[in-house]
Ligand binder design. Sequence first.
Ligand code: AMP
Ligand code: MG
Length: 331
Amino acid sequence: MSLILGLEGTAWNLSAAVVSEEKAICEAESTYKPSQGGIHPREAAQHHASELKDVVSRTVSGAEAEGYSLKDLDAVAFSQGPGMGPCLRTVATAARTLSIALKIPLIGVNHCLAHIEIGRWRCGAEDPVVLYVSGANSQVLVYYSGKYRILGETLDIGIGNALDKFARHLGLSHPGGPKIEALASQGTKYVYMPYVVKGMDMSFSGLSTAAKDALTVHKHKTEDVCYSFQETAFAMLTEITERAMAHRGKTEMLLAGGVGANRRLQQMLQTMCQDRGARFFVPETKYLGDNGTMIAYLGLLMLKTGNTTPIENSMVNPNFRADDVEVTWRD
Ligand code: AMP
Ligand code: MG
């Protein structure tokens, strides 16, 4: 049996976890909360640097409580990208140090693929079309011929960042997504928002601006604007996901990433899947946001197929794309 330590710290959440083939054994985390505004990369990296020792120690103690020890670890996996450069570098340095000190292989993991693989693992989805929606990313992916192919994606900002940006305008603290969701549930009237789908790609940056105008220029109610923002953005996401399913003939759909926690988005996707006789999957909320368990789990899949990362190839890649990765762990 293999035992992997995973480290995640691409943005605001620092998280470490230990995973075996059988189960997620333990996880500890520490979240950077901006005092105002959005995530400041240098401040987030400083947060990670000062919290790393504590988070790793708590993870090791958690593993010990389950009967494992540091000596049992077979590899250390870390998020190699995409993400904020200063955050990625801080966590990668810790991962290299652990790999050298414990004399175990290092595994550089693509963060987006980790979101997908933990979803497949937790839900038992075989071969889904994936909608991956987080702060910085919004992509539709499907696996074929050795890679996860990106069939559609945002042309500018991720849906999470668009929601967070509008929430800041409303004076709400980070993360804004859940607060917009709560306000939207009180909205009743749809007001115009730009619906921008180009082929299989989408644009969200105009939505935050249109939402601000709907409030300040057109004097619509905050709840109605939040409702309209969500309805528009989520319909765009649902449309391209459905087109990907039709194009690839897939009968499974998996939702991944922090925005996946949104009930309205889940409901729209569920309805779309039902209408086409497809199965809709979404993992437990704690595995939707950034977490160390998903990094450890993909590290495990990679280790089992001999896919490790020599130190000299372990530099971080803030723009690491899912379709840059040769997938060794699927047939
Ligand atoms: P991640 O980058 O995967 O950790 O996801 C973080 C993003 O998810 C942030 O932009 C949050 O605002 C967003 N988010 C979290 N929960 C919700 C929710 N219930 N509805 C919409 N967005 C959410
Ligand atoms: Mg993420």
